[in-house]
Design a protein around this ligand. Structure first.
Ligand code: GAR
Length: 217
């Protein structure tokens, strides 16, 4: 029997981070297996890609449910049906209730396109440029009830150039996202994390940590 962690990826849109996780998971020694790709938006382009790859997919359209709780209850059922052990949010643009987050505590991770705790929320790149930061980046973290909060697993930094627009910066950060998210999921699925009160530390023997903390180049 496979010892790989049964992992669901939740998306709302394009799904480029999902693709990077799916591609990484095809490596023989990768410790996570993608058993489900689910979207809260039926029109998410990523779900079509996942279907073509022969992955199990589900759409749980939040608009069809009277409350956040009802939506999450259905989502939970779908996750249970697929025996999911880990959840990776990849451009999943929906806040979860504290009860759902607690249920998945330390088993649900997210990627955000900023160096948290800076620039939580939407329009990250616009705000980073407006603030005049010289380094931007992305963060993979465990999900907690507050938006874009939670123990940080991995970060990658990229330079910000004076000529950058939100789009050019987003593209540079996205490249970093595609490197760092597969590395972070690998670490979490392999159990290479120790939990502290506010933070996590990476077990010494985990190896390959370079990708988890990439400086700006
Ligand atoms: C990514 O940049 C991801 O970091 C961001 O949405 C984009 C999704 O792109 N997520 C958030 O802002 C979450 N707060 P993708 O669908 O191509 O992976």
């Amino acid at each position: 029997m496979s010892t790989k962690k049964r992992t669901a990826i939740l998306i709302s849109g394009r799904g480029s981070n999902m693709k990077s996780l799916v591609e990484a998971s095809r490596t023989a020694d990768y410790p996570a297996e993608i058993v489900l790709v689910a979207s809260n938006r039926p029109e998410a382009p990523g779900i079509g890609w996942a279907e073509k790859q022969g992955l199990r997919t589900a759409v749980v359209d939040h608009k069809q449910f009277p409350s956040r709780e009802a939506f999450e209850s259905r989502l939970q059922t779908v996750l249970d049906e697929h025996g999911v052990e880990l959840v990776a949010l990849a451009g999943f643009m929906r806040l979860m209730t504290p009860a759902f987050v607690e249920r998945w505590r330390d088993r649900m991770i997210n990627i955000h396109p900023s160096l948290l705790p800076s620039f939580k929320g939407l329009h990250t790149h616009e705000r980073a440029l407006a603030a005049g930061v010289k380094i931007a980046g992305c963060t993979v973290h465990f999900v907690r009830a507050e938006m874009d909060e939670g123990p940080i697993i991995a970060q990658a930094a990229v330079p910000v150039f004076p000529t950058d627009s939100p789009d050019t910066l987003a593209a540079r950060v996205l490249e970093a996202e595609h490197r760092v998210y597969p590395a972070a999921l690998r670490l979490v699925a392999a159990g290479g994390i120790q939990f502290g009160v506010q933070k996590v530390t990476i077990n010494q023997h985990s190896g390959g940590t370079d990708t988890l903390f990439s400086p700006a180049i």
